[in-house]
Write a protein of this length. Structure first.
Lengths: 279, 410
């Protein structure tokens, strides 16, 4: 089965460039602004969208994404509304893949089977669930694959060669390489170290490898893109969004342009990277 | 539901107690908890490790802790009971341990394990500060770096323990995220661990978290129940008839309960914190007012809303102020081997004062919850009923807070 993710990564590869994967938190700072932003991302240069599912206790996230989740929850965001947001996005865009990224408890409480059916119907392509390692594959990973949703696994610097096959076994869509040991938006990864790690993973899988955690600037994204199939940027976009909010954390006219401008700069850098490296 | 032949065999190989427990952690941490499990299994089988534990418990912690007949409390409750009623009450005196609570039993085990694993930096989360103090103490004793995460709210209501930790050389990090209490301290400790994977050992303070922590911490705390068993046989020539302990995460309770799980004559009561009362929604009673979910590495009963967002717990006691509970308690609750009840802030505060006046023992606010329910349970049993309550910590740390509530300026 060919999915939107397969098609998108294949087309980027055929253009000889990496994909730009943009992360925003669903419902940050409110539903309407967040949906408008979602709709604006592909035009600004996002190849794949990661949509964060807010959770009260995001153990793997740094301060920027923690705060984004709390803003969204305060504005009334729920998993049901996040799926509605994807459905609304799909009314005008049928090609840009959407991956939901979050933690297991909201999905578990929604009900795994009902969630998979509703997510598939809404137009979700894949799932990244931070607190479900391969040891817990029966919970969501295997049911997701049966339901036709890619379960995208995180591989990390602590995932050694012995463990890598287990991590890659039931994954689909792409592999998300966490470039640092740490939380989102924290340390800055070294491009040469990351490129070696990506090469190590690619010896074990034919899937594309996207790199995230700590990628902040267009220059840095370009350097990472030279050695990977995709680059994920999240905290930097959230920071750009936060910088435009008013004193009550409400959106302003500057909110969406600030994020799309940064996405545009990142896209230009990432899309140009492989070509430069090849010339 | 199938009732197993033994209640003491859990967790299974994948870390489950029935449907509860498991290993719900980020991939970065997965290799670390597998290493920890391997190291713990090797240590358990090593007589040298056991000898080191035994010596530490005896000479440093001061074990065994006494099993004390609380004569005046017993008589006081009998005076308010029907004729012939009023159980004979014993205190398991964990508050007499070095550092003032049961927490040190577990910390000693984990710190000796950290030393075997060559880890030089120890991190911990703490609520009331008892686990933080115990961790800071053992780190001082063995010359290890110690960082303790504590919710900013708890830092202010448990000031004496914050100062103790600093005196012991630990760094105390006030956690400003979320509800600024124990659950947020645990989030922050996990964020530290995922960042400092090579150097750091995470010393979890209760029977929760990803496998192997719930079973490992229980093993370390089981010294409480094992001693109680021997001491009661010596004092009364038979086993106790009931056990009562307070529950936040549930380590003092599990330590007392576990050695008795396969003795059907022993009734088991866990006491959760009902805060302002269960109907108000402002409480910390995960089993009474929550449902199964996934947080902090395990599936267990949690307080949450309909979207699966974790609710803020409330308790007068910082040590019970947690929206979850150890997974083995969730299992014992579901299969019915233990009975879980709850005590309000007000009931705990009354028991705190009653036991101070009648027994000359100032309990911590945490076991004051258990004592509050002892006052209700004891009159329902005959006088030859032997009831053991785990006096899991002493109340010195709570003096400023209680004085404030009672309107006394110190």
């Amino acid at each position: 089965m060919t999915t939107r993710l397969d098609v998108r990564f294949a087309s980027c590869a055929s253009e000889g460039r990496a994909a730009l994967v943009t992360f925003v938190t669903a419902g940050d700072p409110d539903y309407d602004t967040s949906l408008a932003l979602l709709k604006a991302l592909p035009g600004a240069g996002a190849d794949v969208i990661e949509l964060g599912v807010p959770f009260t206790d995001p153990m793997a996230d740094g301060p920027a994404i923690q705060a984004a989740g709390l803003r969204a929850l305060k504005a009334g965001q729920t998993l049901r509304k996040t799926l509605a947001m994807v459905r609304a996005f799909r009314e005008t865009n049928d090609s840009t893949p959407i991956v939901l990224m979050g933690y297991y408890n909201p999905i578990y409480i929604y009900g795994v089977d009902r969630f998979l059916a509703d997510a598939k119907e809404a137009g979700v392509d894949g799932l990244v669930v931070v607190d479900l390692p391969p040891e817990e594959d029966n919970e969501l990973c295997l049911p997701a694959l049966l339901a036709g949703l890619a379960f995208i696994r995180l591989a990390t610097p602590t995932t050694d060669d012995k463990r890598l096959p287990a991590v890659l076994a039931n994954t689909a869509g792409f592999v998300y390489y966490v470039s640092i040991t740490g939380i989102t938006g924290a340390a800055t990864p070294k491009p040469d170290v990351v490129a070696q790690a990506v090469a190590r993973i690619k010896r074990h899988t034919a899937l594309p490898v996207a790199v995230g955690f700590g990628v902040k600037t267009p220059e840095h994204a370009a350097a990472i893109a030279a050695g990977a199939d995709g680059v994920v940027v999240g905290s930097a976009l959230i920071d750009a969004l936060r910088g435009t909010l008013d004193a009550e954390d409400k959106a302003t006219p500057a909110t969406i342009p600030a994020v799309t401008r940064l996405v545009g700069d990142l896209a230009a850098a990432v899309h140009g990277a492989r070509r430069q490296a090849a010339e | 539901m199938n009732v197993p032949n033994s209640f003491r065999t859990g967790p299974d190989e994948s870390g489950h107690f029935g449907i509860f427990g498991g290993r719900f952690v980020a991939e970065t941490l997965m290799p670390l908890i597998l290493d920890l499990e391997k190291a713990y299994n090797e240590a358990k089988a090593d007589p040298a490790y056991k000898a080191e534990m035994d010596a530490g418990l005896k000479h440093y912690v001061g074990r065994p802790s006494p099993l004390y007949y609380a004569e005046r409390l017993t008589e006081h409750l009998r005076a308010n009971s029907e004729p012939g009623k009023g159980a004979k009450i014993y205190f398991k005196r964990e508050e007499l341990n070095h550092t003032g609570s049961h927490k040190v039993n577990n910390v000693l085990g984990q710190i000796l394990l950290a030393r075997r694993m060559g880890k030089k930096r120890i991190i911990a989360e703490t609520g009331a500060g008892q686990h933080g103090v115990a961790t800071a103490t053992l780190c001082a004793r063995y010359g290890l770096e110690c960082v303790v995460y504590m919710g900013a709210v708890d830092v202010s209501r448990q000031a004496p323990n914050v100062f103790r930790m600093k005196m012991l050389g630990a760094t105390v990090v006030p956690v400003q995220s979320g509800s600024k209490t124990l659950k947020d301290a645990m989030n922050e400790a996990l964020r530290d661990w995922v960042t400092n994977v090579d150097s750091t050992f995470y010393c979890i303070g209760t029977v929760a978290g990803p496998h192997p922590y719930p079973g490992m911490v229980r093993d370390f705390q089981s010294v409480i129940g094992n001693e109680t068993r021997e001491q009661m046989l010596e004092a009364e020539g038979r086993l106790p008839d009931s056990l009562v302990a307070c529950i936040g995460g549930g380590s003092n309770a599990m330590g007392l309960f576990h050695p008795f799980l396969d003795d059907p004559s022993v009734k088991i009561f866990g006491v959760e914190a009902a805060g302002h009362g269960i109907p108000t929604g402002e409480h910390a009673a995960s089993l009474t007012g929550g449902r199964p979910g996934v947080l902090h590495g395990n599936r267990t009963y949690l307080l949450m809303d309909d979207d699966g967002q974790i609710a803020e717990a409330h308790s007068i006691s910082a040590g019970l102020d947690y929206p979850g509970i150890g997974p083995e308690h969730s299992w014992l609750h579901d299969i019915g081997r233990a009975t879980y009840i709850s005590a309000t802030d007000e009931e705990a505060l009354s028991a705190f004062q009653l036991v101070a006046k009648l027994e000359g023992i100032i309990p911590a606010l945490e076991p004051a919850h258990a004592l509050a329910k002892v006052a209700e349970l004891a009159p329902t049993f005959p006088q030859d009923h032997l009831m053991v309550v785990n006096l899991s910590g002493r109340g010195d740390k709570d003096i400023p807070q209680v004085a404030d509530i009672l309107g006394t300026r110190l």
